[in-house]
Design a protein around this ligand. Structure first.
Ligand SMILES: [Zn+2]
Length: 401
């Protein structure tokens, strides 16, 4: 047994006024006590003048992709060795930033599954969807998940279940990264998407839908999906999320991931977005600055309407979305007006729960995995401390070990 101690702590739900001494045995937390707790005499203690909290969860990553322009599309023509090398680099970057669990929402060839099943020491836990299901030529078709007819859609779900995925990801609408995909309409009819949902649920798998457009969000809700990624509300007149839509989303219990967490410094360095993105944005009446300003307003409205939100990044999908940006996505919730403790809870216990891991990680509690993050300073007083990891532990193994 060994212990990590800090005078300040957040337990996944709230700040602990007395700090914490977290006792760890093997992969598990075996005790959570105040910072002044007298540990057994044979228990070594590592003390930090810092803040201790559960490791972060990034609810939306693409481990196969390095975040450079066009990277996700290039994955479609890379060999398995190159893909596996990138998955390993992505996981290392995530761990270094204090992320101890990632939910991968789109790989190619199920390459993320071996990393889930045989993780290296201090390597983040992977929850994996495999290749996303999409229409022929549709969003992210290059990842290999095209399906059109009912028979193909059913077969696609069964294939994923047989391969052992944790969930099914489906592209309900078009995406900025796929020129020519439909950014205003939907890729699937409600009946087709409902077939995916029913088939997946029969196999015990939740379904997450990618949806930027207001139409695709409506289709996904009507089809009964469990979660919606992006949830931008793109229409021909700009991005609009009506109060009514937010109310119905909250009532349905659908988990929304607004995929923020962009690095503003990288955003500022980018000369212009890729031409295809500029063209799509212009077509739907959005400019980048107005788009981001509206996102903060909308994420604040999601909270006030009672929508359940998890902060995923879409890490690896773009230069602004580095692997390890989860802390930025958490702070974006705070910027949008969320109390800091609620934002932190969304990125730890809340996201772990949304990944089906409430009994495994996301909280400082005896019995759960020892997934810990130590950040420099007083996190309650200085939220940016979340971006200054001092030490990380995954399943009981410190990153520095
Ligand atoms: Zn994505």
């Amino acid at each position: 047994m060994h212990a990590w101690r800090a005078p300040r702590a957040f337990d996944g739900h709230r700040f602990l006024p007395g700090g914490a001494t977290v006792l760890v045995e093997g992969e598990r937390i075996v005790g959570v006590e105040p910072a002044d707790f007298a540990v057994p005499h044979d228990c070594p203690v590592t003390a930090y003048d810092a803040t201790l909290l559960p490791g972060l969860v990034d609810a939306h990553v693409h481990l196969v992709s390095d975040g450079s322009v066009g990277a996700l599309e290039r994955v479609g023509v890379q060999d398995d060795d190159a893909i596996d090398a990138q998955v390993a680099r992505s996981l290392a970057a995530q761990a270094a930033a204090g992320v101890t669990t990632v939910r991968d929402l789109g790989d190619r060839g199920y390459r993320t599954l071996p990393f889930r099943d045989a993780p290296g020491p201090a390597t983040p836990r992977v929850v994996a969807a495999g290749p996303p299901i999409t229409t022929p030529g549709g969003h992210c078709h290059y990842l290999g998940g095209e399906a059109a007819t009912d028979a193909e859609l059913t077969a696609a779900v069964h294939e994923r279940a047989d391969r052992g995925v944790d969930l099914v990801k489906v592209m309900a609408g078009g995406g900025f990264l796929t020129p020519g995909s439909d950014m205003i309409g939907a890729q699937f009819a409600v009946e087709a998407l409902r077939l995916v949902v029913v088939t997946a649920h029969d196999r015990g798998l939740p379904v997450l839908a990618h949806a930027h457009s207001a139409v695709a969000i409506e289709v996904a809700l009507a089809a009964g999906v469990d979660g919606i990624e992006h949830f931008t509300g793109v229409t021909a007149d700009g991005a609009v999320l009506s109060d009514d839509l937010l109310e119905r989303t909250a009532a349905a219990g659908v988990v929304v991931d607004p995929t923020m967490g962009n690095d503003p410094a990288v955003l500022a360095l980018l000369p212009t977005p890729p031409p295809a993105v500029v063209e799509i944005m212009a077509r739907v009446g959005l400019d980048i600055e107005a788009f981001f300003a509206q996102r903060y307003v909308d994420v604040g409205r999601m909270r006030s309407h009672g929508v359940r939100v998890v902060p995923g990044v879409d890490a690896g999908a773009a230069p602004t979305k580095a692997h390890g940006n989860a802390w930025r996505a958490v702070l974006d919730l705070a910027t949008a007006g969320w109390p800091l403790a609620e934002a932190l809870a969304a990125g730890t216990s809340g996201a772990a729960d949304a990944c089906g891991l409430a009994a495994e990680t996301g909280v400082l509690r005896p019995g759960l995995a020892a997934d810990l993050l130590v950040v420099d300073g007083d996190l309650a007083a200085d939220p940016t401390a979340l971006g200054r990891p001092v030490e990380v532990m995954v399943r009981g193994v410190p990153l520095s070990a």
